[in-house]
Ligand binder design. Sequence first.
Ligand SMILES: Cc1cc2nc3c(=O)[nH]c(=O)nc-3n(C[C@H](O)[C@H](O)[C@H](O)COP(=O)(O)O)c2cc1C
Length: 166
Amino acid sequence: MEKIKPVDQRSLRNALGCFATGVTVITGCGPDGVLLGFTANSFNSVSLEPPLVLFSLDKRANSLGAFFESQNFAVNVLSDEQRALSGNFARPHPDKWNNIAYTTWETGCPILIGALASFECHTRERYDGGDHVIFVGEVIHMATDPSKKPLLYFRGAYGKLSPEVH
Ligand SMILES: Cc1cc2nc3c(=O)[nH]c(=O)nc-3n(C[C@H](O)[C@H](O)[C@H](O)COP(=O)(O)O)c2cc1C
């Protein structure tokens, strides 16, 4: 362990990056039918009964207003074959939906083809979270693909699960 540090932004980012996560693309559908999507590793489970999940979105994100107004979102947990999708949806460019394969279920939020798991949610709460907004949603549909493995994110870099050793 290094020495204890004051909480400056760079050190905080580095320390938080020690928490290894999966990678998701959070999607939505704006009122004018415009598709929303951004890469997020702030996704987490909240409650089983009722079934609640959360993510947080930067207040500076282009899609903040549309997600805030929307009644629904979907969470797509990326597989280790979908690293390019993570990069694509981590940029604020308007063409990010070009050539992306997806389907829709009940709400119209895009469900990415090839995801390890997808959750369709009704937005239940929006909480202030400093420079982010925390969205809590109730899961109304989900699907998983047992044949796929997760894309991982650790210390600012992508990774994969190593084969299990027993
Ligand atoms: C692995 C990874 C995880 C990310 N997680 C989040 C997150 O949880 N919340 C967030 O607001 N931005 C996150 N970002 C950054 C957004 O994906 C990025 O700012 C995106 O351009 C926002 O889209 P928008 O501006 O079109 O809304 C993450 C980026 C990467 C590469």
